[in-house]
Design a protein around this ligand. Sequence first.
Ligand SMILES: Cc1cc2nc3c(=O)[nH]c(=O)nc-3n(C[C@H](O)[C@H](O)[C@H](O)COP(=O)(O)O)c2cc1C
Length: 311
Amino acid sequence: MSITNRVTRMLGVEKPIVQAPMGWIARSQLASAVSNAGGMGIIETSSGELDAVRIEIEKMRDLTDKPFGVNIAQAFVRDPKIVDFVIDQGVKFVSTSAGNPTKHTADLKAAGLTVFHVVPTLKGAMKAVEAGVDGLIVEGGEGGGFKNPDEVASMVLLPLVRSKVDVPIIAAGGFVDGAGMAAAFALGAEGIQMGTRMVSSLESPVHQNWKDAIVSAAETDTLMLNRRHSPALRVMRTEKTSGLEYSEENVMGTFGSLLDLYFGGDMEASIALTGQVAGRIDAVRPVADILDDIMSEFHDTLSGLADTYLA
Ligand SMILES: Cc1cc2nc3c(=O)[nH]c(=O)nc-3n(C[C@H](O)[C@H](O)[C@H](O)COP(=O)(O)O)c2cc1C
């Protein structure tokens, strides 16, 4: 099942479903599964490991002939040549996040790339549109990862941004199924981006312990850290993160050994960035099944609503 709208046309995909960029996780194994399933696979640069990222992009050319994109998480990539690096990789789609949209948009667009910027507020959305982005990724505070300390839920943010801008919107934060996608579309989105669902997919490279923690999580099992600083973070509730929840200190220095958590499975070794939607995920599933089910549930939701309310 495919859809034609501004997002699928601009990204060159059959399904308007984007896999979130995630440091170390959004590499070729996961991203190629998403692209091959008809969605948009994204390769991260937030790890800062650009040599490894270059190799992952080479691998993508072997693993898929479908489109994929790259993310520039501006706060985390210190290499001043990041824009040249991304342009040199020959991808057509880039999402920019965690930074000022005026910084890279003009250069990326001049090189022919399609640029979507991640925004957590209406003010951020207006600034990105002014900077000339092609579209927005509107990210609600229920999503996993780095967040604006003054977080706003997708339910409020999406229709607000939609009412003020004309560019296409990809909704992020809290999405996991076709009913959620239909809700996002009703509020003005033309695509969805998923992080937590993708971390817990079969093709995700993270340790099984993190996937199991997501599968067994309740909707209340994430918390926000670093609200008094920026960025804030939505993370899995563990002993370590519960202890940091009300800390006045900037927790950015207390990450510990991230890779021991991500790939070693020690959930107390670091901080597992995870969204509230973990509470709705009850199995580790292949990416292709996830995307197929979302598309058919999306269709069933819309036709069910039409049958009930427009008959
Ligand atoms: C483990 C993890 C790492 C993330 N890293 C990044 C990143 O490098 N760049 C970025 O723009 N967003 C990052 N995010 C945010 C996601 O891109 C996405 O917008 C968010 O996860 C959506 O909410 P969801 O978790 O409810 O699907 C990350 C999220 C998670 C869960």
